[in-house]
Ligand binder design. Sequence first.
Ligand code: SF4
Ligand code: SF4
Length: 381
Amino acid sequence: MKIAIYGAGNCGEYVIQEMKSAPISKIEVELIIDNNPYLLGRTKHDLPIVNLEEFINIYQKTVECVLVAVWDLLRAQEMAVSLLNKNYNNIYFLPENMCEGALPVLAQDGKLMPYVKHISLCKPVLPYVEYHVSDFCNLKCKRCGHFSNLVTEKVFPDIREFSDTLYELSKRFRNIKMFRLMGGEPFMNPDLGLFIYEVKKVFPYTDIRVVSNGLLLPQISEQTVEAITECRAIIDISQYPPTRRMIEKIITFVQEKNLKIEIGEEITKFFAQKGLGTAEDSERIWTNCASKKCHFLRGKCLYFCPAVILFYENQEFLELNITKEELHKNSFDLVDGEENGWEILTRLLCPFEFCKYCSDKEWFDWSISKDQVRKEDWFVE
Ligand code: SF4
Ligand code: SF4
């Protein structure tokens, strides 16, 4: 079996050494794929190093499959997606603990170990998801990126619908690297603990975060503390000026309850968009967008980012004209849709049509929404 190794770094080196030192090998490495321009035209262990374009255009027919060889799982997935985008799908992955355990790549019969798996047998890991457990927020910042300062009622999502959607997500992804429960203010929801348990039940290895402005933290119930502790969730505190003013109380509470928090620098600026974007500029805007990896779960759908569904829901206020069809094109229906995890991941990692609604940012001092809220708070003219 002739193969290509994708990745000329330490992991690729490990795989080549493993194959060379095996007493019996039925695998021949023909070439190495690597996109580092410095390595182009060079060789390693007498194997030519080519980039992805060259592999697809010239070499793909000379090998039976590509073995992705990098230690980092998310990077390995991105490399696999770069092949899938070129319609190449005969891809194999190493197991995640290959490096720590110095595991053999070849079995005694000289073939690939059964734990070196074909892509069709591996569900991917979704790097990140966020979910509103409460649209309502107690702080109401002007220009809230999630439009929570427009929300006047405490209405919370349905836990059964959440549970069903998580189950559908788990059919496509074997894990979610980080799952952030947020809002709005998540501690507004008295059932927050149930949502945390649900995530832990369906995705036991996910890194659960509760994203909060911290103001209600010292008053949360014992049940909520218990859920956070039992599920090893971490509270991510966004440090707005009012949060900063009560930071002593917050930290004292966290220490008393032995909770784990992560706290960023004080947030003093919020942004608005410089008007609406254009389809021509959308790829550049996506490339520079900090939200492009913030995939958003709402109802039974997964959205590329929160803007897709939150612009849609607030379109009357924002004076936008977003059709249902556009919404469908920029989301994945987890209950009625048919895309598998790899198909979803392949699309999530690329610019998408909806980015035409976004443009460059203009920054303003952080403040509370006091006067009448206007669409110009989000789209400056
Ligand atoms: S605290 Fe966060 S969710 Fe609440 S209004 Fe401010 S930015 Fe929005
Ligand atoms: S639609 Fe695109 S550009 Fe706009 S916030 Fe989402 S990812 Fe960023």
